[in-house]
Design a protein around this ligand. Structure first.
Ligand code: ADP
Length: 299
């Protein structure tokens, strides 16, 4: 049985003057999967999101969303998509419930089903007991949950989330992770841009790492870690001069390294037997892969 991919982009280009914000991007979101879009600032993540919602029109390439071709069939695609914007654009003069009602109507949920749709969205976002509060009475975390609930009110097949947990404290981020994990377990397709690498590692079935408008690596987090960073990394601390020496020594011995502000991490440390002085071994993670491939710290 063949299923329609939630998102399939091929060779997509979007230029602003001489700058190619998206430069030959291929991106796949298989139906029912959660894909994390990672990249340093300026990599083209937001532009990609805008192309998917037809807020921007590509200069070249093929874009299919839920089987619809963009930009020609963007209205049909949008009708079955939920979009969680990065900026909070709730109507603060309305109650939580009315914010959801407005969207249920906009997304053409039949009148007879609207109350049930709103009740379900409230429950998903654990906002049932705040349903009658005005949006401006909510905490930051609750507002973010409401933004997500609003994108789900018409039971979209695909949800786009642009930096869903940016600027939130750790406890609130965990609440949102639970919500995203639940959506994923219900079979909703999700594309989530994030610069929290741990978030992608935790939630995404697959990640696409973007740099300069292109996909530089694609795969399941565990597979990418195994391929690029191995099982362990050896983290060596020291003053800048010492770090440069360690880097040179490791590279001469054929080992990839990555920098952080205060250390050099040597990848695939399970195969490293040189003497690098003070250092400690730790499990490799997706951030090692990201920095290794893009050469950049997370913004
Ligand atoms: P990211 O979301 O990964 O940080 P963006 O998609 O916002 O990256 O930006 C990619 C590049 O395109 C950046 O260099 C940015 O300055 C540029 N860019 C984005 N939007 C515009 C625009 N409307 N006009 C001109 N340049 C833009």
């Amino acid at each position: 049985m063949s299923t329609v991919p939630a998102i399939a982009l091929r060779g997509v280009v979007k230029a602003y003057g001489a700058l190619r914000a998206v430069d030959g991007l291929d991106l796949d979101v298989p139906e029912g999967s959660c894909v994390g879009l990672l990249g340093p600032n300026g990599a083209g993540k937001s532009t990609t999101m805008k192309l998917l919602t037809a807020q921007a029109i590509a200069d070249a390439g093929e874009l299919r969303v839920l089987g619809f071709e963009l930009p020609g069939e963007s209205k049909q695609a949008r009708a079955e998509m939920g979009v969680v914007p990065q900026l909070d654009n709730l109507d603060t003069t309305l109650s939580v419930r009315d914010n959801l009602r407005v969207f249920a109507r906009l997304y053409r949920v039949p009148k007879a089903e609207r109350d049930a749709a709103v009740t379900r969205a409230l429950e998903l976002a654990t906002l049932t007991d705040r349903a009658d509060a005005r949006a401006d009475e909510l905490s930051g975390g609750m507002r973010r949950r409401l933004l997500i609930a609003r994108a789900l009110v018409h039971r979209p097949r695909l949800v786009l989330m642009d930096e869903p947990t940016v600027g939130l404290d750790p406890q609130v981020r965990q609440e949102l992770w639970a919500l995203i994990a639940r959506l994923r377990s219900e079979g909703t397709s999700i594309l989530m841009s994030t610069h929290y690498i741990d978030e992608a590692e935790r939630l995404a079935d697959s990640v696409t790492i973007m740099s300069h408008g292109k996909a530089v690596s694609v795969g399941a987090p565990g597979a990418l870690i195994a391929e690029h960073a191995g099982r362990e990394v050896l983290e060596v601390y020291g003053p800048p001069v010492r770090l440069a020496e360690v880097e040179a020594q490791a590279r001469t011995a054929g080992h990839a390294t990555r920098r952080t502000g205060t250390s050099v991490a040597i990848m695939k440390a399970e195969h490293v037997d040189g003497d690098y002085g003070e250092g400690h071994r730790r499990a490799a993670n997706l951030e090692d892969v990201f920095v290794h491939l893009t050469g950049e710290e997370i913004a």
